[in-house]
Design a protein around this ligand. Structure first.
Ligand code: FAD
Length: 273
């Protein structure tokens, strides 16, 4: 069973201390790697680099940076990848990202497939390249057929694996995998798993990224009001069942959106192991 955990780069001293503790707690399950997200602004990008290098140096778990290309120049991407390469990093989560509102210059890349192609051409097979997949469709896509076609382009550009946006409906994942395999895709498609611990936050994220929270789950979550303990117990139950369902149908690799918290993902991961 391959397990990986995703963090966002902390920016305060307290956040850094918290993340160091979270990494320690998650390390006991022997994950394949720890990934760190990459923001569209300058200071968040520095924080990503700092977190990634800290993980790579101080943890026994390999670090995998996310890298988004929109708004970036080739030269800047090379500079960053060279730093990662010299630190011994060999896995990158490769994304387009979203251009911040008000920014006009989209830079040297339009879509993630161009970044995949660029990394392959500059570094051959040094980096294991993961790309994003959307079982419920990327929110900016016109239709699922177009989205699948664009996903297949990323794979053909050289992606070695994919991680999905989170979902709570296993059928969406299996249908997506089935569809892309019909287009010749053979790379592993790892489900992205989002623990449920907070109603408002989950709804906000889901609205932004186009992930569906099924009505029956939303109704239940809303009914808990301020009873966070019951909400978390229900959330754990729902996501455990989802993971069990995926595992029982042959999925052997899971990526957890940890939100820089150890316990929710750790409980799910331990259940899987
Ligand atoms: P792409 O694959 O480029 O696709 C973007 C959209 O363009 C899709 O609708 C696609 O269908 C369409 N498209 C692709 N090619 C073409 C073409 N040739 N012509 C027309 N349309 C096309 N964001 C961050 O900013 N930082 C992160 O660290 C981060 N990590 C993520 C990790 C995972 C596992 C996932 C699933 C998402 C992550 N995101 C992150 C979010 C991601 O950046 C956004 O979803 C973004 O809008 C799309 O990125 P992409 O790499 O999927 O883009």
């Amino acid at each position: 069973m391959k397990l990986s955990f995703e963090f966002f780069p902390p920016r305060t001293q307290e956040g850094k201390k918290n993340l160091a503790q979270v990494r320690k707690e998650l390390s006991v399950i022997n994950p394949e790697y720890f990934s760190t997200t990459f923001g569209a602004g300058g200071s968040t990008q520095d924080a990503t680099l700092e977190t990634v290098l800290d993980i790579q140096k101080n943890d026994d778990i390999p670090a995998a940076p996310h890298l988004s290309c929109i708004g970036s120049e080739k030269e800047k991407i090379i500079q960053l990848l060279n730093q990662y390469k010299s630190a011994g990093i060999n896995r990158i989560i490769t994304l387009r990202g979203d251009i911040p509102s008000g920014v006009r210059d989209i830079g040297d890349f339009h879509y993630a497939n161009e970044l995949v192609e660029f990394i392959k051409s500059e570094y051959n097979d040094h980096f294991h390249i993961e790309v994003a997949a959307y079982p419920e469709m990327h929110p900016q896509s016109k239709n699922i057929q177009q989205d699948i076609k664009h996903f297949v382009n990323k794979v053909n550009a050289g992606a070695d694996g994919a991680i999905t946006q989170y979902f709570y409906n296993a059928d969406a994942y299996f249908k997506f995998v089935d569809d892309v395999q019909k287009h010749g895709v053979e790379i592993p498609i790892t489900p992205g798993i989002m623990p449920i611990t907070n109603y408002t936050q989950l709804l906000r994220f889901s609205n932004m990224c186009g992930a569906e929270v099924p009505r029956w789950i939303e109704t239940r979550l809303r009914s808990f009001d301020d009873d966070m303990e019951s909400l978390r117990a229900f959330g754990l139950d729902v996501v455990n069942s989802l993971c069990d369902q995926l595992k029982s149908q042959g999925v052997d690799s899971f990526h957890f959106y940890s939100m820089n918290k150890a316990n929710p993902s750790l409980q799910l991961a331990k259940n899987l192991k």
